[in-house]
Design a protein around this ligand. Structure first.
Ligand code: ZN
Ligand code: ZN
Length: 502
């Protein structure tokens, strides 16, 4: 079967080439040059609009008036290809079907081993907290960029990167939204340094000479620090601050803290950004936002952590629970499904503030931006009649400070976007759209198992209504900051199934 599909694809592509060659003398024919690479970047945080992806091959099929000699040559080539394919059918099958999932599983397992090694030497290391640190640095790196405040973050940048914007004309970058951060590699084998490489998908708006352009970028960021360090406590890691005194990062060019006067040398107490590579950068048009595309990864197998069963055991032991089921059932119903439905309902109603206490800071901020952008155009993205068909555990990550559980959620709804006149500008009211997403929930380690009285609409600390959480998710009644997962689960990350890698 797979070989047949492959042949069909070959046929298609040959016919397309054929037509394309004919069309060229007639002039131009460049309509299918649609970039699908850029669109990936803003897809991973977003709720419903997904990357625009036009299938350029299909439109040109079957319309060619070819001369018999050329057709004969093509047929001969096809026959040769078919013979070769059948001869190597087994090889072809594995080539077509399996590689991405196997490669992803392999890469995930390598990264997990490296993270375990890192945690062995540094028991304070927490992947969740490190991601928060990277997030703060990314936001400040661009937010300050060509401005004098750029020196504030000097101990967190290599000398080269400290000078990076020196020659740039003044600009302002804002509305910085990180959609996804993937681990790429971790090295603890060096003589005296260790390093972490990440791939970051983000969007930002660059204002220069009265012009604002929104960019989608993919960047590789490489962090270094001295070997043998212990990570700082969470409150010193989750915002960018002086590793010595904890004051907000206000350093001079030479790395002296404006508050306590300590000179912080790069990598001596904290990670610093040693290298940065822009892998992709694309200017986005407003129309990209409402471009709907086929769901890309819904049919794929769930990417599961290879030692998921062991992690489940470990987790229920820590919680003193008799078995996985006694955790999973209430978690899947009261947290995963309840959060999912509530979050999408509020998204649809454009009442993002109503679920502030269920979201991590960065998820809240990222999607606030998209909602605001929609509101600016007076577009309304609606997700009607959402149903969840399945929730599957995919990954458990436990460390000293955080418990993170990633699940894959299968759901469907009527997903469409209307303009101010109620005209549908994307999606469909009639065709139900099925999709799946990976959601990561986090909470601080050591919190007692939840009782069944968990409520979505009240503060998990004081029980008052969750109607007064402000922008920063500090309860207006008891003052507790809810979005760090200190008191209950918060949604930390949403990834689309076509970009999730474990
Ligand atoms: Zn200080
Ligand atoms: Zn409260």
């Amino acid at each position: 079967m797979k070989a047949m599909v492959f042949i069909w694809l070959l046929l298609l592509s040959l016919m397309t080439c054929f037509n394309f060659a004919e069309a060229r003398p007639g002039g131009g024919h460049s309509s299918s040059g649609h970039s699908s690479s850029s669109s990936h970047s803003h897809s991973s945080s977003s709720f419903s609009y997904r990357p625009s992806f036009s299938n350029g091959a299909s439109h040109s099929m079957g319309s060619g008036n070819s001369n018999p000699a050329t057709l004969f040559v093509v047929l001969v080539i096809l026959v040769i290809i078919i013979v070769i394919i059948f001869k190597y059918q087994n090889a072809t099958q594995s080539f077509v079907a399996a590689p991405t999932i196997i490669n992803k599983a392999r890469q995930q397992s390598t990264i997990k081993q490296a993270l375990d090694l890192l945690k062995q030497n540094d028991p304070n290391f927490s992947a969740i907290i490190f991601i928060d640190f990277v997030h703060s640095l990314y936001t400040k790196y661009y937010g300050y960029s060509t401005h004098p405040e750029y020196s504030y973050i000097s101990p967190f940048l290599s000398t080269e990167l400290q000078q990076h914007f020196e020659k740039a004309a003044l600009w302002t970058v804002n509305e910085i939204v990180i959609n996804g951060i993937q681990w790429e590699s971790i090295s603890t084998q060096g003589m005296d340094t260790e390093s972490i490489s990440l791939v970051i998908d983000a969007n930002y708006t660059l204002h220069q000479q009265n012009k604002a352009t929104r960019y989608a970028v993919t960047e590789r960021w490489l962090f270094y620090r001295q070997k043998g360090l212990l990570s700082a406590e969470p409150d010193k890691m989750q915002t960018l601050c002086c590793p010595q005194c904890g004051a907000p990062a206000h350093f001079t060019d030479s790395g002296e803290c404006g508050h306590c006067g300590t000179v912080i040398n790069k990598g001596e107490k904290q990670w610093y950004l040693g290298k940065r590579v822009v892998l992709r950068a694309t200017a986005l048009a407003a129309s990209d936002l409402v471009a709907y595309a086929e769901e890309q990864g819904t049919q794929r197998l769930t990417i599961k952590q290879d030692d998921l069963a062991e992690q489940m055991q470990c987790f229920i032991q820590q919680q003193s629970l008799p078995d996985w089921d006694s955790f999973w059932r209430p978690f899947a119903d009261d947290i995963v499904k309840a959060y999912f439905l509530s979050i999408y309902e509020h998204w649809s109603k454009r009442d993002w503030q109503g679920v502030r206490h269920l979201l991590s800071d960065r998820l809240y901020e990222a999607n606030s931006f998209w909602l605001a952008l929609y509101a600016e155009h007076d577009w309304h993205n609606r997700l009607d009649d959402i149903t969840i068909s399945q929730v599957v555990p995919a990954k458990i990550d436990l460390d000293k400070y955080y418990e993170a559980i990633t699940v894959r959620i299968f759901a469907s709804c009527f997903d469409y976007t209307e303009d101010s006149n109620g005209k549908i500008i994307g999606g469909s009211k009639r065709n139900r759209r099925s999709y799946s997403e990976y959601w990561t929930f986090v909470r601080r380690t050591g919190k007692a198992a939840h009782t069944s009285t968990y409520s979505l609409t009240s503060c998990p600390q004081c029980g008052a209504p969750a109607d007064n959480m402000g922008q920063t998710a500090e309860c207006g009644y008891c003052g507790s900051k809810i979005s760090t997962g200190e008191f209950s689960w918060v949604l930390f990350l949403i990834m689309q199934d076509d970009v999730y890698e474990g």
